[in-house]
Design a binder for this molecule. Structure first.
Ligand code: ZN
Length: 70
């Protein structure tokens, strides 16, 4: 868990790793949302809900992993 502690939220649109667009949030990521054919999307608690609906290729039903403390 401590490995991911400095991870930053990429929500709610889930900018890809080669492209930092898609987010204006700088909060620490707390959850990781699984996606199809893409790296998991790390998001803060505020953007967890929106990212499930707005980010591309999110699995449904969602698979969410807790990676940090709120
Ligand atoms: Zn966020």
């Amino acid at each position: 868990m401590s490995v991911h502690r400095s991870a930053v939220c990429r929500g709610p649109y889930g900018g890809d790793d080669d492209r930092a667009d898609g987010t204006d949030c700088s909060d620490p990521a707390v959850f990781e949302v699984a996606r199809q054919g893409r790296p998991p999307l790390r998001v803060c608690p505020v953007h967890l809900g929106p990212s499930l609906l707005l980010a591309s290729r999110v699995l449904w039903p969602p698979e969410i992993i807790l990676i940090g403390r709120p």
